[in-house]
Structure formats: C-alpha cells, structure tokens
Design a protein around this ligand. Sequence first.
Ligand code: NCD
Length: 305
Amino acid sequence: MRSLIDILELTTEELSGLISVANDIIDHPQKYAEACKGKKLATLFFEPSTRTRLSFEAAMYELGGNVLGFSEAQSSSAAKGESVADTAKTISCYADIIAMRHPKEGAPLVASMNASVPVINAGDGGHNHPTQTLADLLTIYREKGGFDNLTIGLCGDLKFGRTVHSLIAAMSRYKNIKFVLISPEELKLPSYVKKDILKKNGIPYEQTTDLLSVMPELDILYMTRVQRERFFNEEDYLRLKDSYILTPEKLETAKETLSIMHPLPRVNEISVAIDDDPRACYFKQVLNGKYMRMALILKLLEVEV
Ligand code: NCD
C-alpha cells in the first residue's frame, strides 16, 4: 500500500505514467467511468479549499466511486481534541483512500503512518502540495511538450507557498532547468529548499525582487498568492500583499511562448485583463488537476483499466 506525501516519492517514470493515463482519460473518459465502482474516497480538509477538495471529489465521481468527508476542522472531532493519528485510524474503517489537507506541516505524513489505506497529502501548511504539482506538470507537458530546457520564474510568496516547494522539487529532475526566484526579501524561498533541492542537484537559480528585469528570459511564469493565513501579523501581510501584480503592460517584454501559471486562488496577483491572453494557463491547470487526481487515485488503489 502506497501513499503520496512528497512529490519526490514518485519517480520520473511514474510521473510520465500518470501523465499518459491522464491524457488517456481526457481522450476516452468513458473507459474509466466505472473503474472505482464500490470504492470510497475520504476528503479530510482541516483548511479551506475549493479546487483541491472538489477536484478530488469530482475525480472520484468520474471514476464511478463515492466520496465522504469534511471540509473544516470545526465539524470534525479535531475540534474535540482528537489526534491526526486517531482520525486516520478511524477513517481507514470507512474509506479506501484518504486525501488530507492540514495547517500543520507533516500532518498527512503522520496520518499515512497510522492509516491502513493510502493517504494523499492535499497540502500541509507552508510545506508541500504534491497534487497541485501533478496539475502543474500535466499543464507544462501539454503546453511545452516536455520538461527539459525551461527557464521557470516563480513569483510572489516563495516562503510559505507550498505549491512552489513541490514544483521546484519535481522540476529539478529534468534537464537544463533554470529557476528565477522573484519575491520580496521577506518572502524568499526557504533555505532548506535551496540546500536540499537546488544546491544538491547543481540546478542554476537566480534570486531577484524585480519581475520586469527577468521577464524576457522566462518560458514559464508561475505566480502565487501571498499566503495571508501563514503570517504572524496582519501589518506584514498588508505591506507585502501587492508586491507583484501582473498586468498586460508588464508582459510587453515577455516571450510569445510564455506560459502564465498560478495554482489559484488569485487575489490580486494577476489582472483579470490577462485571462483572455492565450498565454494564460491557470484555468487549464484547474481542469488538468482533476485528470491527474483521477490518474493518481487509480495508481494508489492499484486499479488497472
Ligand atoms: C494553493 C494551496 O492551497 O496551497 N491552492 C490550491 O490548492 N490550488 C495555493 C494557495 O492557496 O495560494
């Protein structure tokens, strides 16, 4: 039995396999319509979510399975003081697979050590978000035709943005990748990600506070929301929240082939005037997330179609 807590638990071959299955689901959805008949997915969300939770649920329904769960900690026994370990043991009696989001880094790992069914990390605090990375990878694959030779700009809250940490880890395994890290001083990429991923693998990267100066070199621009809920005080959040707002003017020097990505939700980071630009990919990411979660559920439940 396998869980997915960190994106690096999947080899690059396995990622290619998930992408092939997702592409096949897109082309032949009917083939998969009963693949998980009689199986149940539990979504245990201790933090707000729109896309991640509902795409997991839509994914399981489109595989012919069923869904149970809760969408806020207050409506679960966590509000009475139950531990993550006990919750995981309990839900294992009801469901075949669990997707868990939790504000504490490491909570889904603890759940996976106590559950008797696979656990998927659906976001743990400011740490990791491997299934958003699956959505991002399918999007990059479909936009760029592969993962090599890309200069990837990551912009905004690189400190608390868990999707950024998982995406850097995943992309660091491909050839000729360069990262451009664009953030205010206070929201720079954590040093553990630089040390354990970038430096360890000899991946070139550049850090800057200035988005405009690096725009012309980017193949991908991955915008992020400033993660208000992880700040210690509101003042700092208010000072930093609008550090980068992508507008059509700022794209004047960008490549024609740029892909603009964002895990969403967006607050102010991307002007709605960009939504119709053919380079905008963020709503494609949403849809791709559902297909990749379908492929992941099939893999972890060991269902052959
Ligand atoms: C992200 C998250 O929850 O980390 N959202 C998502 O799952 N698509 C990004 C964010 O909340 O800013």
